[in-house]
Design a protein around this ligand. Structure first.
Ligand code: PMP
Length: 360
């Protein structure tokens, strides 16, 4: 509890822009169908759980984990075809990688640029690090305004550009030609954030050798391992060497290091779940498109962005019906009355569709 005496010290010590923030609120989901956080809805098969239990039982929890997390790196290289010639840095979720990238470029006067609306942590991490953030609005259909980004690059000379591709919360993939033009024009690092790569038709990972200023960032959170907190960044070793200097030692805990390689070896399971999620995504998207006064945007992710007649009312109604989605109304001018709905299991998606207020 903050007593008044502490409040005075806080006011004297903590930066005003931090005091003005509210901490990232994670909604309580107990007992609800959870379609708010882009998680994979499928539980692990029992046999896999047993292998995890056996591996975890052997972890020496009294010891610090492997600082280099070598077993996890090998598993990622194998699972995603990352060549040895490329550098690899791991984060406690890609959230931590965003923080490391931001800190690494945070010289006085540096600028970080990203389209908006996009993943909010780009802007927030710039604020934490005291770096100026420039948001370039997406076009009304949420595609990349390449001309505006190129003009902003010319004007601001950003040290770091984040392109979430596919984008969160809009769900779309940006045009390859636009990203290429940005890579050629940027004076600094361009991070293509492929958090949703498992559900998308395109990736810049195979193109790393072509662009010396490209870093591809990904996470295992959306493919069934959100609880492990593991993100990875792939780039030329010149970049990853520097990022490793701002990486907290032992940032990947021992339990994650024991479990992630086991799950990353489950190629068939991971592929099958992604296929199921994509099929359900099509069904959910098509069903939403049929509803009167609802616009469901095209998506290459495991969620659907939908503009509905009254998002706050729909959100409250769904919650009363036991379903948690994300209400984006009020987040950004272009997201008015938008809900972001994570693709669930067939039964969860049926429950969502049946509970939508249009059915009353
Ligand atoms: N990038 C994007 C585009 C995201 O949507 C998210 C999660 N919402 C992240 C990064 C962070 O993922 P994590 O920290 O779970 O790896």
């Amino acid at each position: 509890m903050i007593v008044p005496a502490s409040a005075a010290f806080v006011a004297a010590a903590v930066r005003p822009e931090i005091r003005a923030l509210t901490a990232y609120a994670v909604a309580h989901a107990d007992g609800l169908i959870k379609l708010d956080a882009m998680e994979n809805p499928y539980a692990l098969p029992q046999a896999v759980r047993e292998r995890i239990a056996a591996a975890v039982a052997l972890v020496p929890i009294n010891r610090y984990p492997d600082g280099g997390a070598d077993a996890v790196k090998s598993a990622l290289r194998r699972a995603f075809g990352i060549p040895e010639a490329l550098g690899l840095v791991l984060g406690n979720g890609s959230d931590e990688l965003i923080q490391m990238l931001t800190v690494a470029v945070a010289k006085p006067g540096a600028v970080i640029l990203a389209p908006e609306p996009s993943f909010v942590m780009y802007r927030l991490n710039a604020l934490y690090a005291g770096v100026r953030f420039v948001g370039v609005p997406l076009l009304p259909d949420f595609s990349l305004d390449t001309g505006a980004v190129l003009a902003a690059i010319e004007r601001e000379r950003p040290a770091l550009i984040f392109l979430a591709c596919p984008n969160n919360p809009t769900g779309n993939l940006f045009a390859t030609t636009g990203i290429e033009a940005i890579l050629r024009a940027a004076p600094g690092l361009v991070v293509v954030d492929e958090a949703y790569h498992a559900f998308a038709d395109a990736s810049f990972l195979p193109r790393l050798a072509e662009f010396p200023n490209l870093l591809v960032m990904r996470t295992v959170s959306k493919i069934g391992m959100a609880g492990l907190r593991l993100g990875y960044a792939v780039a030329a070793p010149e970049w990853t060497t520097e990022l490793n200097k701002v990486r907290p030692p032992y940032n990947l805990n021992a339990l994650t290091q024991a479990v992630a390689p086991l799950l990353l070896a489950e190629d068939a399971l991971l592929a099958e779940q992604a296929t199921r999620i994509k099929a359900e995504r099509s069904r959910l998207h098509a069903a939403l498109c049929k509803l009167p006064d609802v616009v469901a945007y095209p998506t290459q992710t495991n969620f659907v962005l939908a503009r509905v007649p009254d998002a706050p009312r729909w959100f409250d109604h769904l919650r009363q019906e036991g379903i948690l989605v994300k209400n984006l109304h009020g987040w950004h001018g272009s997201l008015e009355h938008c809900l972001r709905i994570t693709v669930g299991t067939p039964a969860e998606n049926d429950a969502l569709l049946a509970a939508l207020p249009t059915h009353r």
